[in-house]
Design a protein around this ligand. Structure first.
Ligand SMILES: C[S@@+](CC[C@H](N)C(=O)[O-])C[C@H]1O[C@@H](n2cnc3c(N)ncnc32)[C@H](O)[C@@H]1O
Ligand code: SF4
Ligand code: SF4
Length: 371
C-alpha cells in the first residue's frame, strides 16, 4: 500500500522548495513557510552582523576614548616637562648671569697685571651738553689742557709703564676733544710716547665732517682710532664710518646712544653710601682709569666732580686718598693695587640707584640730572 501511494504521490525536500511527484510528474511548490524561515534566518544574520558592527563601533569608541585620554595624559606630561625645562633653563641662566656678575666684581677688586687702559680729558667743556653727562661737561668751564701739562703726565706714564709697553688703550676725550686747538700736537705727543698703544679719539662727531684733509692725514699718520659716540642728533655717523674706511683710518663706534641707553649716575650729596659695596658693584671702577693733573683715579667721578661742585656750590669731597700721585711712586704694581681698591669718594656714589635706560636729551643743567 505504501509503495502504491509512493508510486502515485511522493514529496522531496529541495533547497528552498518541496518537490511533489504525482504519477511520475514532478510538481514544484514554493513553500511560503520555508521562505519565512529564510527571511527570519537572514534577518537574524543581519541582526548578528549589525550587533557585530555595533560591538566593533563600541570597541572603536572605547579605543578612541582611551587614545584621547592617553594623548591628554601625554600632552599634560610634555607640558609639565617643558615647564620644568624652562624653569631649569632660567635657573641655569640665572646662575650664569650671577656667575658673570661675581666674576666682574672679583675682576674689579683684583689687581691687574698691566695698566690695560687709561683716559685723559684734553678739554672739559662740550659743544653738545647731554643731560646727566657722567663727566659733567655741560657744567664745566672752558678748558684746554696745555701741551706742557699733557706732555709731562704722558711722559711720566710712559716711564711707569715700561716705555708705554704696558698700556693697551688710551682714550683722548673730554668734554669734546675736537674743540682743542692743539689737537694734532697732542696726538703726535701721545703716539710718540706710546708706540704700540691703541689710541682712541672719543668724540660726539659734531665737528668731524667739517675737518680739513690735514685732520684725516694726521689720524692716518699717527694711527689714531676715530671713535664716535652716536647720538640722536643731526650728524651723519654712517658717512664718518665710510670716510674712515675709504681713507684707511682706524675706526670704532664707541657707543650707540640712539636708543634709551642713556645713564643717570646719581650722587648722594650726604656721602652715606657704603664705599666697598659701591666699588664692587660699580662698572666704572678699575676700568675708566683717569689721568688728571699728575694723578691716577680708578674711575671718572672724583677727577671730574669739581665741575658739579663749582656749578651747584656743593662740596662733594675729593681727598688725596682718592687718587695716586704718579710722581710719588715709581712702582706700577703699587699703582695697579691702588686702582683695584675702593676709595673714600665711593661713599658719594648712589650705585644701587643708577639707571641705564634714560632717554637722551640736552642738559637743562638742573641738579636733579646728577642727584
Ligand atoms: C664723556 S664722553 C666724552 C667724549 C665725547 N664727548 C663723546 O660724547 O663721545 C665719553 C663717553 O661717555 C658717555 N657718557 C657720558 N655720560 C653719559 C650718560 N649719562 N649716559 C650714557 N653715556 C654717557 C658718552 O656717551 C661717551 O660715549
Ligand atoms: S657729548 Fe655728551 S657725553 Fe660727550 S662730553 Fe659732551 S655732554 Fe658729555
Ligand atoms: S667713586 Fe663712584 S664711580 Fe668711582 S669707583 Fe667708587 S663708586 Fe665707582
Amino acid at each position: 500500500m505504501k509503495k502504491f501511494i509512493n508510486f502515485i504521490f511522493s514529496v522531496k525536500n529541495a533547497d528552498n522548495h518541496k518537490v511533489f511527484t504525482i504519477l511520475g510528474t514532478k510538481l514544484k511548490f514554493r513553500l511560503k513557510q520555508n521562505y519565512n524561515q529564510m527571511i527570519l534566518d537572514r534577518e537574524n544574520t543581519i541582526k548578528e552582523l549589525k550587533d557585530t558592527i555595533q560591538q566593533g563601533q563600541n570597541y572603536y569608541n572605547e579605543m578612541e576614548n582611551t587614545i584621547k585620554e592617553l594623548k591628554d595624559t601625554i600632552d599634560t606630561k610634555i607640558n609639565q616637562l617643558n615647564r620644568e625645562n624652562k624653569q631649569i633653563k632660567e635657573k641655569i641662566s640665572g646662575i650664569n648671569s650671577s656667575q658673570i656678575q661675581i666674576n666682574k666684581k672679583i675682576k674689579r677688586i683684583t689687581q691687574k697685571a698691566t695698566l690695560e687702559q687709561f683716559e685723559i680729558h684734553i678739554t672739559n667743556h662740550c659743544n653738545l651738553n647731554c643731560k646727566s653727562c657722567t663727566h659733567w661737561a655741560p657744567l664745566a668751564e672752558k678748558f684746554f689742557i696745555s701741551i706742557e701739562d699733557f706732555t709731562k703726565d704722558m711722559e711720566r706714564m710712559n716711564f711707569l709703564t715700561g716705555g708705554g709697553m704696558e698700556v693697551k688703550r688710551i682714550f683722548l676725550l673730554g668734554g669734546e676733544p675736537l674743540l682743542h686747538p692743539n689737537l694734532y700736537e697732542l696726538i703726535k705727543i701721545a703716539r710718540n710716547l706710546f708706540k704700540l698703544t691703541d689710541i682712541y679719539l672719543v668724540t660726539n662727531g659734531i665737528l668731524i665732517l667739517s675737518q680739513k684733509e690735514e685732520f684725516w692725514n694726521m689720524l692716518k699718520e699717527y694711527k689714531i682710532r676715530l671713535t664716535p659716540t652716536y647720538y640722536p642728533i643731526d650728524v651723519d655717523y654712517d658717512k664718518i664710518e665710510k670716510t674712515c674706511k675709504e681713507k684707511g683710518i682706524l675706526y670704532k663706534e664707541f657707543a650707540n646712544r640712539n636708543g634709551n641707553t642713556y645713564w643717570k649716575h646719581p650722587i648722594d650729596l650726604e656721602g652715606k653710601q657704603n664705599p666697598t659695596d659701591n666699588f664692587i658693584n660699580c662698572w666704572v671702577a678699575n676700568w675708566c682709569v683717569t689721568l688728571k693733573k699728575g694723578k691716577l683715579y680708578t674711575c671718572t667721578n672724583p677727577p671730574h666732580i669739581e665741575h658739579f661742585n663749582k656749578y651747584f656750590n656743593k662740596n662733594v669731597e675729593v681727598t688725596d686718598r682718592d687718587c695716586i700721585d704718579i710722581y710719588k711712586t715709581d712702582n706700577l704694581q703699587e699703582i695697579l693695587n691702588f686702582l683695584s681698591k675702593p676709595i673714600p669718594f665711593c661713599r658719594y656714589c648712589n650705585v644701587k640707584n643708577r639707571s641705564e635706560h634714560e632717554t637722551w636729551a640736552i642738559s637743562k643743567k638742573d641738579i636733579s640730572e646728577w642727584t
